[in-house]
Every structure is written in structure tokens, then in C-alpha cells.
Design a protein around this ligand. Sequence first.
Ligand code: NAD
Length: 435
Amino acid sequence: MEGQSATVQRSEADLLSYAKSTPLNPWGTYLHQIDMVKPHLGDLNRWVGTMQRPKRALIVDIPIEMDNGEIRHFEGYRVQHSLSRGPGKGGLRFHPDVSLEEVMALAAWMTIKNAAVNLPFGGAKGGIRVDPSTLSQRELEKVTRRYTSEIGLIIGPQQDIPAPDVGTNPQVMAWVMDTYSQNVGATVTGVVTGKPVHLGGSLGRTRATGLGVFAIGRVMAAANGLALDGARIALQGFGNVGGVAADRFVKAGCRVVAVQDHTGTLHNAGGIDIASLQEHVDRSGGIAGFAGADDLTLEQFWDVPSDILIPAALEGQITADRARRLSTRIVLEAANGPTVPEADEILFDRGIAVAPDVICNAGGVIVSYFEWVQDFSSFFWSEQEIYVRLEQVLIQAFDAIRELAVINGLTLRTATYLLSCRRVLTARKERGLYP
Ligand code: NAD
């Protein structure tokens, strides 16, 4: 058994060094992650091509009359990577850098995430190449409605259910729901999640991802012999996810010793008062200028000794250099894609445990699933019920991943991808090919 797991780890390391020598775009990174699990898929390898291409990709033109009378065209996408286990599910991103290739990768990662937590969904993602901050509210509504109408061909409560992502919010989801509903002649709340609560949205959605990060953190700490009481947290990103997670860790007895956001970096070895920091951020829009801590430079953040590091801001933050310098025991990937593949290998070699993004930040999509279920039954749960069920689903999924990792001598990331690929490819195999 020991010999077997050593072999597995070597082949994983070989693949990681391939990633080191090959600059990867998001889709390339995803394909590399699938390559990592192929040695463990056995007979299911016959079907692995299903994971390596999207099932369906739609590119749409969105012509809009701007407030100044000018006609402008925006490009939009909706990619359904997999529908093998259920309808597509994944967010809508409005950002000037959105491309088909990025949306393909994001859709594929939703397939992995949804299967990892065993939700009855495939994976999908959509986006518009637009900077929403340059649009008036009226222009944003027009762009959203025309885009929804164009992708109306392939979305629906049983086909594919969008949700908010970067640059979109509950108001945008309300317009998506209304446009789809107007086109089919009935109010269809279940076509989209992340809606305002009085339009069929779910209680608890806002806090769900941060609470999920804490739930995974508690399990990781116990598994690594770390007592949460007194544990030191370093946190990058003090927004929706980071703020909620910090609050929960502090309530469990942790000290947040460093916080970084887009405005600055704070350090206080005795622990930053998170409730006061939240008030400061609500008032001023960022952590800069907070009195209860010292300022550090951006790069010094990565040298602060901690027990748990939580990247909760952007992708690509834990680079190889930072991974070598980090002084921490556990990394909780609250953000999507915060660790570059080369850094993953370094963290593994240094014995730093990493909870991968696809499980660590899955709390949001789990409550999105609850929203979809509630919309279908037109019966809405209490916030308390949401949180209890969220933790049940997440921890059950994480336990299965940890067991698979131990049995096969894999990192938690590779184990997560393996479990998801097995679930998707088994569904694919059992459904068979048509014709
Ligand atoms: P948010 O916009 O509420 O907060 C983002 C935080 O990151 C802010 O504190 C911002 O100041 C900080 N930040 C931005 N640029 C930075 C930089 N250059 N350096 C340091 N900090 C920077 O976003 P969020 O909803 O909290 O999402 C955070 C991450 O979690 C993203 O990667 C997102 O994709 C991921 N995520 C969020 C959810 C969710 O439900 N909100 C679900 C899954 C994944």
C-alpha cells in the first residue's frame, strides 16, 4: 500500500512539473487538472473525452442603443460544459476580459464543483465582454435583457440555471428572471438563482460561501491537529466571503493577525478587531486607514506567520515564490484559483495542507441549489434550516474527498477532481451514447 501511494505521488509530481514548464491559460489549466486524474480513472478513461470539451457553447451578439443614441455591440457567451448529471449551473460574469476560452474553463470548473458536492447539476457559465461600471443602469438592464433573450434558447429551470458572478448581482438576476418569464409567458423564478429574497431568492445566500469556508476550516484544523482556539489567521480579501469567514473564525477563538484588500495590508500579532474593521470597511470602502493595526507592504503580507491562510480575493495569488516563503500550516482556498500549479507542488512538498477552491467555496452553489429547490416547491426554508443543511451537504462531500485522498495517497485537490470525474463519467457511461 505504501509503495503504491508513493508511485501515485511521483506521477502527480511529474505532471505538476509539466505544468511548471508550460504557461497555462484557464482552459489549459483545467485540461492539466484532468490529466492529473487520468491515471486513477481506470475503465472510465474510455469516456474522459467528455470532460475535455464543452457539450455546448453559444456566442451571441448583443446590440444595444446607448443613452447617447449610439448603437454598440457586445459579445456574450453561455457554455454548458456538462449536462450529464442534471441541468447546467453556473454564474454570469460581466467583465471586459471575458472570453470564450475563459468561460469554457469556468463552466468546466462548475462541473467539477457541482459533482464534488454531489449536487444534481452539470456545469455551465456565461458572460459578457463588458465593463459594467461604464454603463448606466438603463444600459446595464438593456444588455442583460438582450443577452438573456439570446441565450433563452438554452437556459431554463430544467436546462441551465445562471447565477451571479463577477460584475453581476441580485438586480441583474431579477432582470434575467423577468426577461425569461416574459418570453415564455409565465413567471419562472427557478430559471436563475441569487435573486432578491422577495422574488424567490433564498435566505442565507449572502453568508453561505464564508460559512462554508469556516466549516471546511474546522475540519482541516482537526485533521491537522490544530486547535482553533488561539489559531492565527491571515486573510486576503475582506469582502463578502472573507468578511463572513473572518467573523466565524474569530467567534471560534481564532486571532486574525493579517488582512489585505485592494486598499492595503494590516497586521496585528495580538489579533485585529474584526467587528470594528467591518464597520470601518462599510464606512470607507476598504481596510486602509484602520486604526487598530499596523500597515504592511503588499508583499509583507505573505511573510506574516499564521496557522491558517485564507486567500479570499483573486486568482493566481499564491505564486511559487510566495509558496516558498509562506509560514502557515493550512491554506483554505476561498477564492477561485488562488494557487498556481507550481506553487501547489511547493506547498505539497512543504507539508502545508490545502483545501481546494472547488470544495472550500462551494457553500454558495449549495445554497443556490437550495434556492432552486425552494422555487420549485414554492415553499421557503428558514435561515437556520439553510445553514444546517449547508453544513451537512458540504461536510459529507468533504469527508468523501478526504477518504479518497487517504486511500489513494493524493492531494485533496486531485482527490476532489477524481471524485467529480468518476461521478460525471459514470453518469455519462450509464446514460450511453445517442444515437
Ligand atoms: P468581494 O468583491 O465581496 O470581495 C473581494 C475582496 O477582495 C475585497 O475585499 C477586495 O478589496 C479584495 N481585493 C480585490 N483586489 C485585491 C488585490 N489586488 N489584493 C488584495 N485584495 C484584493 O468578492 P467575494 O464575493 O468576497 O469573492 C471573493 C472570492 O471568492 C472571488 O475569487 C470569488 O470568485 C470567490 N467566490 C465567491 C463566492 C461568493 O458566493 N461570493 C462563491 C465562490 C467563490
